[in-house]
Design a protein around this ligand. Sequence first.
Ligand SMILES: Cc1ncc(COP(=O)(O)O)c(C=O)c1O
Length: 369
Amino acid sequence: MIAPVKPPPTYAWEPTTDFLAAKYGLPRESIVRFDVNTSPLPPDLREVLTGSFDPALCEYPPSDYAALVAAAAVAYGVGADELLPTAGADEALDLIARASLREGSVAVVATPTYAMYRIVSEQRGASVLEVPRLGPEEGFRLDIVALAKAARGAQIVWLCEPNNPTGVSEPPERIGELLAVLESDAAVDGREAPTVAVDEAYAEFVGRSVLPLRYDYPKLVVVRTLSKAHALAGARVGFAVARPETLAPIVSFRAPASVGTVSAALATASLSRPELAAGNVARIAEQRTRLLSELAELGWRPYPSQSNFILIRFSSPKSAAAAAETLLRCGLVPRTFGSGHPFADCLRLTVRSAQENDRLIEAARGIPA
Ligand SMILES: Cc1ncc(COP(=O)(O)O)c(C=O)c1O
């Protein structure tokens, strides 16, 4: 008899809006997602949706996504041959893992971070070496010495920049420093340097990228998305960005046309009108300043953030869980971390619109820190 296939490690979301509305007896439209780091409003791209598509929707999108790639090349300052459009950043992460890892490989992850790096690595049969970031008093920075040591036997190093869920960005020269050590260690050991995947899902919020480092470190792959600053999470568009020779093996793993024509058109329009994402980033930065100070005034302990979300520490995992439950009863959905997670005593909250943040601050008044 053939043994049943063991389910792979997989990602867990908070419950859906419909589920929460039914559970807490709330109108569906009163529920606000503070858990998924999306933007409060989509960009006004009505003209894309009401116009006609080229090619028409009865056809597949062009295999080179020429218009989307041209717009992204300008937006990110890279060559068209350095871009692979994907169905969100998550597809890019999966393709990078497929191209870099196999049974018995080793992946290094700087933790706590986005869960998908572990998941896509383990799904490929790789073992994951976790390298904890430095503590909050050191700004959750990368432990470069420990990362370089762990990377000596690894095929890939996953970094998130700025990091989810800590919300802060590494001083840019430190990533360069890490890449230089990885390169020289590999040369000394006489082996190939590992792939370094830097997930820049939130890069627009800090306004910088590690992309220029691809000239110094050819095995650098940067991941970008339209889901966050561009406010198009529902469209599912992202990119793997790397030097052509690094991108080629990743490209081979993508299913044909994984980005739909409508999504590609929305992403092309948003990338071609940078003022849309820039306006969103500015509004979120203003709301972030306000949320950080008003929550702190209530005695809450938010960590500094350069992203569109804030990590908040409570006095214990129990108080974090109680705070989450009170917020949920008000229709406000926080991101929780399971027991055993280093941030089990924290909640992560997305910065949303002024009105939605008003509701959060109002609900927070009754919640002990
Ligand atoms: C760090 C990070 N990378 C990737 C993603 C997924 O992005 P996408 O919607 O483009 O798949 C998220 C979503 O929250 C994220 O936080």
